[in-house]
Ligand binder design. Sequence first.
Ligand code: PEP
Ligand code: MN
Length: 337
Amino acid sequence: MIVVMQAGATEENIQAVIDRMVEMEFNVHRSTGHVHTVLGGVGGKQEFDLRVFEVMDGVKEAHRIASPYKLASRHFRPGGTVVKVGGCEFGGSRVVVMAGPSSVENREQIERSAEIVAAAGATVIRGGAFKPRSSPYGFHGLGEEGLALLRAAADRHGLLVSSEVMDITQIPLVSRYADILQIGARNMQNFNLLRELGAQRKPVLLKRGIAATIEELLLSAEHILAGGNYDVILCERGIRTFETYTTNTMDISAIPVVKKLSHLPIVADPSNGTGRRDKVAPMARAAVAAGADGLLIEVHPDPDHALSDGAQSLRPEQFTELMAQLRIIAPAVGRSI
Ligand code: PEP
Ligand code: MN
């Protein structure tokens, strides 16, 4: 870590900071300039609160050098991690496409969805049976009945299943039907849930929180990895900003940033990322061009009558057209679909 002292900091101030750094097991290197004294700390505790130094008398600023996450860091596995789910590899040379409705609504809808996404080339079907909704009066999902319908439709079309878990108590149930446990944006910092997922051996799709920094996303992944579950797939799904033309602002730059900071695969969800059907394909194309390891896309056989997120769900023919475009874009960045 580095602590820069204010101009005019007293020798007493400087010594107090050095003492605190030594207490935290840092080797301190002092460099005294004309105006500022800079204290460099090497080694030291992995976990500490920078603000402890920032609030000390005479301190101008303090910076961390080592990242606060270890297991999620790129240094831990410089070659990258490939998360294998059935015959699918997240983080390999193929871009994995997960697609399907926001919610499982009924047998016919999910069967039709599976048929559409499989025919277009997706390998995983998505669909929520437990739905986090902003309004308590919205459709909250079919629960186990939805999971059973989803699994049956997936099996008929040779697809894997990704579905959301909202609560620790739902883990065993969703694990029986799904191949991937999706953790929604609203639960990214539900630390009890993350700890429990660390104790499982099911792949986890961890979505970025609505107002979470990339560092917070990686720290949340660290909670799962620390429990021994290394099958974590990160997901950029847009963040809340001051922009109002889209529901969320899709942070495409998070993809290369995460690639540099972490070994974990990262996929993009342009449906929740934009909240508007007409913005989904451009952002999906951009995500693949930016190096995403996969996509999570909402597709509905009849989006105008969807029980959730119809406005951001692609129509079947739009999804088919998008897949054809992605097959052209992926090879340009050394990938296939
Ligand atoms: C979803 O994928 O349907 C969903 C609810 O996503 P998020 O958690 O990103 O809002
Ligand atoms: Mn949705």
